[in-house]
Design a protein around this ligand. Structure first.
Ligand code: ASP
Length: 416
């Protein structure tokens, strides 16, 4: 009996089927019965899939960020290790998101398309009207600290992330006496992951419906821009992984890139194949301690934390993808809005668990932050397997480079 294809295979097949149905409906006359019968249910199904993704986003981000930050309290690390690790995570993630934005601005795939479907979908989002700097800052800062219940009820992700960060820090600070709350958050995260697993099993249906509806109502120019977007995204990930990260490593530790890749390849290939930083973690730890000679004390702190919060590839991709979607929707984002995208992409990469296509769930929050249509997930998901492989390898590479840099700064011997 032929084996049923895995989830990625199913998503690809669904995308293909969606494409065919979409082309068929696209060629049919505007008032044909086929369009009248098919378009409304396709729109409904696609919409429901997007609703499911939005449904889990806020609890996922809360549990993932709070439990990640709270786990800092597990380790009795010196201040130096702590600070270097956080500085490194922040710096490289910002660099990656900035690179993603820069490249998308430069090559602008999808510009000039202005898809009607996206324009219509945007009516409900926050206003895109450009604000002045002062107004923007006031608006932005006021939006950060909000009653968490209100923020969650309204699906406002940014204040939820801020609250989750503070909650995590407070739990870390309290240590043992808050261990039950920490355990609760860990459990909540695991439960959310099960839910997301269930939702992703519906992804083939969602992708089929979203894509069929999109193609039925669009022109072919979309597909040329999609190819352009893939090229720019993969190109950006390669620049980050093959130039910026090894460059930084060499500058700060004098580690030669060739030797680094020779040692790290086992972890990088595993990341590429599994599309999961978490699934790769055991290999990453082994590579760091045995091949790269990072002190286990450093590796055991930097790498597990990095596998969930440090995702350069994800930040780069999400920032770039938001700009691509803006181009598709025919919206020009001004500098401030791009800054918001950059920040949200960084937070989204922190909030994404190290699982296949997890970045697609948190992509919702980046799109929402500047009022872009969440329906765009329907275009991004079918091509995600390829990009996810590359961005996960970059995510794991970022963790390994970080462990070497923190090791160097800590001054610990390799066997500590
Ligand atoms: N798959 C990525 C990881 O595990 C997360 C993402 O979807 O960007 O690192």
């Amino acid at each position: 009996m032929p084996r049923r294809p895995g989830l990625n295979g199913q998503i690809l097949l669904a995308a293909l089927a969606g494409l065919l149905v979409g082309v068929y409906l696209n060629l049919a006359a505007d008032d044909s019965p086929a369009r009248a019968v098919w378009l409304p249910p396709l729109q409904l199904l696609g919409g429901l899939f997007v609703d499911l993704l939005k449904m889990v986003l806020v609890p996922l981000v809360l549990a993932s960020v709070a439990s990640g930050v709270a786990s800092l309290g597990d380790h009795e690390q010196s201040d130096r290790i702590w600070r270097t690790t956080l500085l490194y995570y922040l710096g490289t993630t910002a660099l990656a998101a900035g690179l993603g934005l820069g490249l998308m601005n430069l090559f602008a795939p999808g510009q000039g398309l202005s898809l009607a479907m996206f324009r219509d979908a945007m009516g409900s989002g926050p206003a895109l009207a450009p604000l002045g700097l002062g107004e923007f800052l006031t608006h932005f800062l006021h939006g950060l600290f909000v009653n968490p219940f209100k923020a969650m009820a309204e699906g406002a992700v940014m204040p939820t992330v801020v609250f989750a960060l503070l909650l995590g820090l407070a739990i870390a600070r309290l240590g043992e006496s808050a261990s039950r709350l920490r355990q609760l958050l860990d459990d909540a995260l695991n439960v959310m992951l099960v839910l997301i697993g269930g939702i992703m099993r519906l992804a083939p249906i969602g992708v089929f419906a979203l894509l069929a509806h999109l193609v039925a109502t669009q022109t072919t120019a979309l597909f040329a821009s999609l190819a352009g977007f893939i090229a720019v995204a993969v190109g950006g990930l390669l620049i980050h992984g093959l130039v910026l990260l090894p460059g930084l490593l060499w500058l700060l530790t004098r580690h030669r890139p060739r030797a680094f890749y020779g040692h790290a390849q086992e972890a990088l290939l595993t990341a590429f194949a599994t599309c999961s930083s978490s699934a790769t973690l055991a290999v990453t730890l082994r590579v760091a301690c045995e091949h790269l000679r990072v002190a286990p004390r450093v590796a055991r702190f930097v790498l597990p934390l990095g596998a969930t919060v440090n995702m350069d590839g994800t930040a780069l991709y999400e920032a770039g993808a938001a700009l691509f979607v803006a181009n598709l929707a025919g919206v020009e984002l001004n500098l401030l809005q791009q800054l918001v995208v950059c920040l949200m992409a960084m937070l989204a990469s922190v909030g994404a668990p190290g699982l296949p296509s997890a970045g697609m769930v948190t992509m919702v929050m980046v799109l929402q932050s500047v009022g872009l249509p969440v329906e765009a997930i329907g275009i991004l998901l079918p091509i995600d397997r390829l990009i996810d492989a590359v961005r996960t390898a970059v995510n794991v590479e970022g963790d390994l480079v970080g462990s070497l840099i923190v090791h160097r700064v800590s001054g610990l011997p390799a066997d500590d």
